[in-house]
Design a protein around this ligand. Structure first.
Ligand code: NAG
Ligand code: NAG
Ligand code: NAG
Ligand code: NAG
Ligand code: NAG
Length: 585
């Protein structure tokens, strides 16, 4: 077991976009004013505080009030410090410091951000997918310029490591500037039609820029028709952005030269993504989230002969006010510009160039349901169950690229056993472990590791276990067992079920199922965890004979090669050519 590094479950995972060249970040100059120091104490909150003088309101950089900084009640990895900037701001830098005159400082941390304070996204630095290296003493300031910057109202600092001879202690500052945001909300049955002032006689450079936040994974973002079958369409399909361009001649089918370009993945994560389309003659630059793809449309003419109408959010059917030819977009567009014209501004002012179809509004609603992303193999989510009932009933949705990994673990009460819901070879499996009986399993679904959302419903009552995945139901009669639901469900990386993790939760010494390698080849096995002293009794040994008492540690990786992301692997069953076991790749 030289390497126990396996990614487990990544519900909602953002793929690294390494195959495209980055373009310069368009940040306004001088966007580095301190934003946190002027905020009232009530704008700061935290997971906990050691005492009232260690509260989050004392976490402003270089201040010495209170105990000289924020310190949580206990120093562990479940603590956070949050700032509410009052409105969405452009954030260009962060700085941290330890608690004044103390031995409390944070040596590494993660940064999360959010529009509404519920749906969080981890900030990823370009040079490193890991967190930020923090402080090495209480008073010097460690400053990071954020490349790229981001826009958010809420920020969270999550300490990962701290001075071993002290506690978590933080003072922080956030730098940035005001962010101009014009949003338009499409409910999935609406569109906005923009009529250009006049049709230019000769081709000009067209520039369309926008940001989008998608609630549904499919829908038209923009569409422009032309003569002779020319058209450009930007559509979100299964969370990917697809750019269609047809510069051919519809009357001559053989010369139709459609170009289809797909960029990004899992873009329907209810976070903002930016799009820039630059067209000149048949040259196209297509940029998604700072990654540009350049291509040239082939066809009869040397330029695209497009109409002077462009629609956003849907493609209206000519002559019919509320009918759309394709699925419309459900979500928000922000800062929508066409050749420098603020289209949202025109729509708000009911200018005659704009035709609104369906219900178009100018604020972006906060999401009703929020996905939880398991960025590392060590993250999991513990939710309360209905303790003491004679049935188990859980429903949730997930998505992942991983063929194997754990989804849910639940312990039944009074030693009546435990159950595990996991993916294996892209199928969903449920195992029920009960004392004195061999594990009983059911399997449902297939190909579930396709990056799309799948809904799962699990129920167990009397002598039946029932799993439904999408439309596939698996029922298995069981030996008569008495179900007694436990009080907690654990979602995500199950191999956190190390002795250490059980100990963390205050469980007593005893027999526990431990899955040492997560989604690896080993199944869970029963071990005795001795909780009486600080040294965990189970570990694994690395290549250089070092002992590890943690499990996993894999990168929050896409688990896919470029061909897998682009869907052009030699064998479409695999996400890497090397996986297909062929000789050529
Ligand atoms: C595409 O980008 C390149 C490099 O930035 C630039 O030289 C070119 O003019 C761009 N093309 C269009 C159509 O904007
Ligand atoms: C239009 O959308 C707004 C905001 O989403 C909503 O409050 C309103 O009820 C909708 N109106 C109709 C007629 O659907
Ligand atoms: C059920 O799955 C477990 C692993 O989770 C395995 O050890 C066991 O053999 C399986 N039982 C049956 C009857 O397939
Ligand atoms: C647990 O560990 C403690 C301290 O190392 C030891 O004294 C005790 O005997 C252990 N218990 C068992 C059951 O191994
Ligand atoms: C690891 O330990 C084994 C057995 O004790 C030994 O043979 C091997 O040389 C050690 N490897 C390293 C890299 O120290």
């Amino acid at each position: 077991m030289a390497s126990a590094a396996w990614a487990v479950l990544q519900v909602l995972l953002l793929l690294p976009t390494h195959t495209w060249s980055p373009v310069g970040a368009g940040r306004p100059p001088d966007c580095d004013a301190p934003l946190a120091s002027a905020l009232p104490r009530s704008s700061f909150s935290s997971s906990s505080e050691l005492s009232s003088s260690h509260g989050p309101g004392f976490s402003r950089l270089n201040r010495r009030d209170g105990a000289g900084g924020w310190t949580p009640l206990v120093s562990n990895k479940y603590q956070w410090l949050q700032i509410d900037l009052g409105e969405r701001m452009e954030v260009s830098a962060v700085a941290t410091q330890g608690g004044y005159g103390s031995s409390d400082w944070v040596t590494s941390y993660l940064l999360m951000f959010s529009d509404g304070g519920r749906n969080w996204k981890q900030y990823r630095r370009e040079e490193s997918i890991w967190g930020f290296a923090g402080n090495t003493n209480a008073d010097s300031v460690v400053h990071y310029r954020l490349q790229p910057p981001f826009e958010a109202r809420f920020l969270r600092f999550l300490p990962l490591a701290w001075n071993p001879r002290g506690r978590i202690g933080m003072r922080i500052e956030v730098y940035g500037c005001a962010y101009k945001s014009e949003v338009v909300y499409f409910d999935g049955q609406s569109a906005l039609l923009y009529k250009l002032d006049k049709k230019p006689l000769k081709p000009v450079r067209d520039v369309i820029s926008l940001k989008f936040k998608a609630i549904q994974s499919n829908g038209i973002l923009l569409h422009r028709e032309g003569q002779h079958g020319n058209h450009i369409t930007l559509e979100l399909i299964k969370g990917k952005l697809v750019f269609f361009l047809n510069s051919g001649n519809a009357k001559l089918p053989t010369t139709i030269a459609p170009v289809t370009l797909t960029l990004g993945s899992l873009l329907d994560d209810q976070h903002w993504h930016s799009v820039l389309i630059e067209l000149l003659d048949t040259q196209v630059n297509f940029t998604v989230d700072k990654h540009t793809h350049h291509f040239q449309a082939k066809g009869e003419s040397s330029y695209l002969d497009l109409n002077f109408e462009i629609s956003f959010g849907g493609i209206p059917t000519p002559g019919r006010a509320r009918a759309f030819t394709r699925q419309s977009f459900h979500g928000c567009l922000e800062n929508l510009y066409y050749n420098g014209v603020d289209v949202t501004e025109l729509a708000k002012k009911h200018k005659p160039q704009i035709l609104m179809m369906g219900n178009v509004s100018f604020s972006c609603p906060q999401p009703q349901t929020v996905p939880v992303t398991f960025l590392s193999s060590r993250s999991y989510l513990a939710l309360p169950g209905n303790s003491g009932e004679d049935k188990v009933s859980v429903t949730f949705q997930f998505r992942t690229w991983n063929r194997a990994g754990h989804l849910l673990f639940g312990e039944l009460q009074r030693g009546s056993g435990s159950f595990v819901l996991f993916l294996k070879d892209g199928k969903l499996k449920l195992s029920l472990f009960q004392p004195g009986q061999s594990p009983r399993n059911v399997t449902a679904g297939a190909g579930l590791n396709d990056g799309q959302w799948h809904s799962v419903s699990l129920s167990a009552k009397w002598s039946h276990m029932n799993v439904v995945v999408d439309d596939d139901t698996a029922v298995q009669p069981l030996l008569a067992v008495l179900i007694d639901s436990g009080d907690t469900y654990y979602f995500g990386a199950l191999y956190e079920q190390s002795c250490e993790a059980h100990k963390h939760r205050g469980n007593p010494s005893g027999l526990y199922y431990i899955d040492a390698d997560g989604s690896g080849p080993l199944g869970p096995f029963l071990v005795y965890c001795n909780m009486t002293d600080g040294t965990p009794l189970s570990w694994w040994v690395g290549r250089t004979n070092e002992t590890h008492t943690y499990w996993g540690g894999s990168l929050p990786d896409a688990q896919k090669c470029t061909c897998g992301l682009e869907g052009n692997c030699i064998d479409s069953q695999y996400y890497c050519n090397c996986d297909a076991g062929r000789s050529e790749w």
